[in-house]
Ligand binder design. Structure first.
Ligand SMILES: [Zn+2]
Length: 320
């Protein structure tokens, strides 16, 4: 098949039990999308099935894969991932190429989302951005002067694991009081549940009785005017804003972009983040920074991964 016909690129986000895939044109427009759940023991096969579905939109030149873990892009190996099934970690790259016959680019999910926002979302006219992804975990990525800043270890940008409460809860990383222990999706739910035991007037109480709720439910109920949910977002926003203030003082970065389901609450979460960041940062640094919500929505990681495949596929070099 002539290469000129393969001008589309796929991007896939692998989360803990679900996958999202998109196909983008060379111009970066999304032309197809699919979602799937997967069984951990068959991750490679299920990603390959998703790719088969995405190929119905036309030939695909290469695939970007955003995963919840650290990736060495030079060796295409997964270094650390608590979110991927262990059997899939070691050789996911060559297994996927074998299963699909396509070139794959692996990247950390927050890095992929940051690249997506930088190229075609809320950061497209900025030189420097800090992206914060608030989901099952809290990830971050720094793009400085067009380049992804990964630091000496490759882990730069891990804002979810900076300490905001020295006496806080234990975190999966081994530290206590990390931002993630307060503001990740599951921790927003945990804190809400603890308070709902004392305040049963919230519309979330009904969801709790029926089965359970997610951080996206808190965002939705806040948008519907539930005072308790609004208060939960204000308190969460204060914690995120505290961490953001440190980033502003440290980097004086041009734009901070916040993504994840909780950001669906719009100003109800963004405003307390900005207010707290302003309160806790140096004024000249704060004034030079804009803090905005991500624009690419739930497909952000997949779109960013596809853009990485478009821009760096097959070159074997580090992104941006
Ligand atoms: Zn931590």
């Amino acid at each position: 098949m002539p290469e000129t016909s393969e001008t589309n690129y796929a991007g896939i986000e692998v989360a803990q039990t679900t996958m999202r895939g998109v196909v983008i044109s060379a111009a970066g427009d999304v032309i197809a999308r699919r979602e799937a759940t997967y069984q951990p023991e068959n991750l490679i096969g299920e990603i390959a099935n998703l790719v088969t579905g995405l190929r119905e939109a036309g030939p695909i030149k290469s695939v970007g894969l955003g995963i919840p873990g650290l990736v060495n892009r030079e060796t295409d190996r997964v270094l650390i991932s608590t979110g991927l099934p262990s059997a899939a970690r070691d050789d996911i790259h060559s297994e996927l190429m074998k299963a699909t016959g396509l070139r794959f680019e692996l990247e950390n999910d927050a890095n992929a989302a940051a690249y997506g926002e930088y190229k075609s979302g809320a950061g497209r006219d900025a030189r420097d951005i800090f992206y914060i992804g608030i989901g099952e975990a809290i990830g971050g990525a720094i793009i400085l002067d067009g380049k992804l800043w990964i630091g000496a270890s490759g882990c730069a940008g891990e804002i979810g694991h900076i300490t905001i409460n020295t006496e806080g809860a234990e975190c999966e990383c081994g530290n206590t009081g990390c931002l993630e222990t307060v503001a990740s999706g599951p921790n927003i739910v945990r804190r809400a549940r603890e308070r709902l035991d004392r305040d049963s007037t919230s519309s979330l109480s009904k969801l709790l009785l029926e089965e359970s709720f997610t951080a996206a439910d808190v965002a939705r109920e806040a948008n519907n005017g539930d005072d308790f949910s609004v208060m939960m977002l204000e308190r969460t926003g204060k914690s995120i804003g505290t961490a953001v203030a440190s980033m502003i003082n440290l980097l004086s970065i041009e734009r901070i972009i916040l993504g994840g389901a909780i950001m669906e609450a719009g100003d109800l979460i963004l405003k307390p983040i900005i207010e707290e960041a302003q309160k806790r940062s140096f004024q000249p640094c704060f004034e030079a920074t804009t803090i905005v919500a991500a624009e690419l929505g739930a497909d952000g990681v997949a779109i960013g991964a596809a853009l990485l495949a478009r821009d760096f596929g097959g070159t074997g070099v580090a992104p941006v």
